[in-house]
Design a binder for this molecule. Sequence first.
Ligand SMILES: NC(=O)c1ccc[n+]([C@@H]2O[C@H](COP(=O)([O-])OP(=O)(O)OC[C@H]3O[C@@H](n4cnc5c(N)ncnc54)[C@H](O)[C@@H]3O)[C@@H](O)[C@H]2O)c1
Ligand SMILES: [Fe+2]
Length: 386
Amino acid sequence: METIFDMPSRVLFGAGSRFRLSEELRRIRVSRVLLVTDEHLRDKGIIRSFEEHLKDAAIDVTVFSDVQPDPTDQNVETGLATLQNCNAQAVVAIGGGSVIDAAKVIAVAVANPEPLAAFQGYHKIMNSGLPLIVIPTTAGTGSEATKAAVITDTQRMVKMMMLDAKLMPRISIVDYELSMTMPAALTAHVGVDTLVHGIEAYVSKRSNGMTDPLAISCIQLTARHLLTAYREPENRQAREAMALAACQGGMAFSNSSVCLVHGMSRPIGAIFHLPHGFSNAVLLAAVTRFSLPGAPERYAHISRQMGCCDGRVSDERAGELLVEGLENLNAQLGIPKLRSALKVDQSQFESHLRKMADDALASGSPQNNPVVPTPDQIAELYARAW
Ligand SMILES: NC(=O)c1ccc[n+]([C@@H]2O[C@H](COP(=O)([O-])OP(=O)(O)OC[C@H]3O[C@@H](n4cnc5c(N)ncnc54)[C@H](O)[C@@H]3O)[C@@H](O)[C@H]2O)c1
Ligand SMILES: [Fe+2]
């Protein structure tokens, strides 16, 4: 099967690479930008230092910080109006996956008049947008290296998955020093998101020779360094490794696919507003157990790469040990079952199961899973995560 591999035209990686932003903008002849971020990061002062950096290089900046975690269509519309007012030549995103995704869609919406819901799905965006430069502050969603964006449709309460090469950042600047201020819980949630990207890219029916090495590297790095980054926020080696894992995981899944964990995680996020990485984490072990029979060798390889078993055990046993290892990882990262995180009781949760299962399947991701579930099986998996 032919494969297509998209990635940013340029990735700068390393401590201090953020100070190259103005140089990179000059290189592509940009002197007026919209800087997209969120209120929390703006309050922390990091955005001020970027504004000064850009002003020193005579680059005009308009800051748009009205992006909420799990960005909405309304956030994008307001950002688009700000962009049109300031007439920027490029969009710069500084933040986590939420900020980056909102910026991606703002940058293409300016060149495409359709309502945002028209971009949902695969390859639905007609025209290229403005150049996009992204600087992630979490490690991470990998959005800095993906052609995907996830925007909540507030009318339908659906997290719309958009996948199109026109959403790919032109330049990504991955400076792990920015991720060192992440609190422990955020480190844990986005770190598990990274791991799920690696695992799903590797077991996806659309995995390929370009994405496999990136997916395996992402899995190995996360297995070796996530717990250290969680326990020792100042550990530079662990932070650097997680930033690399996130970026590689992004490149892998955006050219392979995510599967059932992500398919099921988005409806939880849309209805109950749980952090994306957290809703992935609570599903990961149960979905892995369900999916093992569809790709026993691939799961066994993951298990060995993560150090859940050695090379002598059978593939079947390696798969079981992987599920145990994933449950263990959640426990060590302080990630509880769904019932302790949601503000609803079990019967309220169950009343949403049918819509959640339908929305999960409609997203297209579960169809790439090693075992493609029925709506009833999805509902049962949700019930297990409770
Ligand atoms: N496009 C993709 O390829 C892709 C992949 C995975 C997830 N996502 C999306 O990304 C979003 C989640 O992004 P996220 O997990 O990075 O979190 P986020 O962007 O939602 O940020 C969560 C919170 O952490 C704060 N924060 C960010 N960086 C920080 C730092 N360095 N120090 C302290 N606080 C910081 C933010 O201000 C925010 O309040 C979801 O909407 C998810 O659907 C997109
Ligand atoms: Fe994700």
